[in-house]
Design a protein around this ligand. Sequence first.
Ligand SMILES: Cc1ncc(C[n+]2csc(CCOP(=O)(O)OP(=O)(O)O)c2C)c(N)n1
Length: 603
Amino acid sequence: MTHKSQNIDAQVGEQKTLPMMGNEAIARGAWEAGVCVAAAYPGTPSTEILESLATYAEEDVYTQWSTNEKVAFDVACGGSFAGKRSMVVMKHVGLNVAADALMSQTYIGVNAGLVILVCDDPGIHSSQNEQDTRRYGQMACVPVLEPSDAQEALEFTRLAFDISEQFDTPVIVRSTTRLSHCRSAVTVGPRVEAAHRPFLEDPAKNVAIPSNARLRHPLLFEREAKLREYFEASEITHREIGDASFGIITTGVSYTYVKEVLPNASVLKLGNSWPLPEKTIRDYCESVERVFVVEELEPVVEMDIRAMGIEVAGKEFFPRDGEFSPERIRQGFEKAGILEPQMSSTVWDGCASPRPPVLCAGCPHTTGFMAIRALDARVAGDIGCYTLATVEPLSAIDTCVSMGSSIANAIGMDKAGSETKPIVATIGDSTFLHSGIPPLIDAVYNNANITVVLLDNKTVAMTGGQDHPGTGRTLRGKETHKVDYEQLIRATGVKWIKYIDAYDVASSYQTLREATEYKGVSVVISDRPCVLDPVKIKGPALEVNAENCTACKACMNLGCPPITWVDELYEGRHKVIINPVTCIGCTLCAQVCPTDCIQPLSK
Ligand SMILES: Cc1ncc(C[n+]2csc(CCOP(=O)(O)OP(=O)(O)O)c2C)c(N)n1
């Protein structure tokens, strides 16, 4: 996705049909709805939404990467306060970070439409858990729309802005990995500019203090009742007539699996999962003998329907964890006796050969973790590409909880007083800016004895290389102020700060040793760009000299993908080869080789 080229389709006023990824369709829906302010923190599977929105004209929509999801949420709320349609985008765990703002903003409501776009990750393809965002909708009394394909992703996002303004509420649109990343034909339309609403000078509504909040809380319940009425009549829910012996209530992508497995079944497809259209559901349930609720992850709809006093089946047949697929839906209906068990030979198990996750060839995160492992430290890790240092052969991370946890986890380990090893927290540059600064202040304030290793690879590598305040570039690729980590860290009170060059093994090791021997908070900044960054170093590829290789495997311990062990003796001598196509010439392996047998490839 290039953020520099203007989206050509945006210029097309009339309707036309294009192949679109779910995330692109969401961006399109927001643009068509006249969104003017959009902010996000990247996170799979949501990242492409803002990247796509940033290809539309800047005069139409202001887009930004924020430092974290709460900041992004508050920026969008600011846009709404100021009278412009606004959107915030994040992955499911991002809503945990933004939840504090959500729980107050729901009392306040909106001025211009405010949409919260959250992408869940059933199956945990790229996350730390698989929580269900729909629970947040219930807790915050905020409607949740659930599109099931890219066309609906566009239409529901567009509609969400109207609902938001009509009912004075933020609206959650919930996507999931499969919807966000699948591509299908989408009919697009023109942008409709929303009328500017002047700033609403109403402190009793906009200022969340106890006396105001107390009065506004009951308004949420009135709003809920009106929304329920609205969804009764809404076209986003529809009914498909089939055999009355059983019926299926479903929502989101699960609908598409149901249609694949039982194309002629009676179905009530819900377009929203909160608040549920109770009358519609009652009518439907009376029209069939037995009802199954098919929904991915938590039994949100199922429990709400049970609370209406209606008997339905659901999670006893369809799992509460993992991503759904037509196979899993089929298995559920087989278990329920609706479908005959299929011959196993006709079912494809869908499993690719397992491949261990690895850091890239020449990844600058490698050196720090080699050195940390050699120091035998207790390591509180964090979330990013570097979390891969948990697995063999680096095996250098002991804990990893959530974004920004590393430094505070390290403080707790130190204060527990039971650890004899040096305590190290490792954190990436984007994660540090996201939620690593408050715990660093905490560490200094509370006199912790820890070493923080800031792995500055100058990008958000984990999510595909986005910019952030430490890169000096905005979402639209414009130059901007670049955070000076050293100044920032000094301002927290840290006195011991040193840089390492991650491609210099000996001095990195030496500096990390000194850092862990320091009493107090020490910070080591690893300063090498991600190898996928255009400014990577790329020397000549390396090769193993058969004369001197003793097959000691020291280079293998880097876990660098181009370095391969060959079991059979190659030309009668060495047992390690380096793939010259994938090697980037970082020289780490040459530096750790005790017999100096790794050298630049001879021409
Ligand atoms: C609350 C939350 N938001 C977003 C993400 C997605 N995510 C995982 S790690 C990460 C940042 C990684 O960047 P950085 O810390 O710079 O490490 P790198 O991957 O570059 O090594 C992001 C955005 C997440 N897991 N949790």
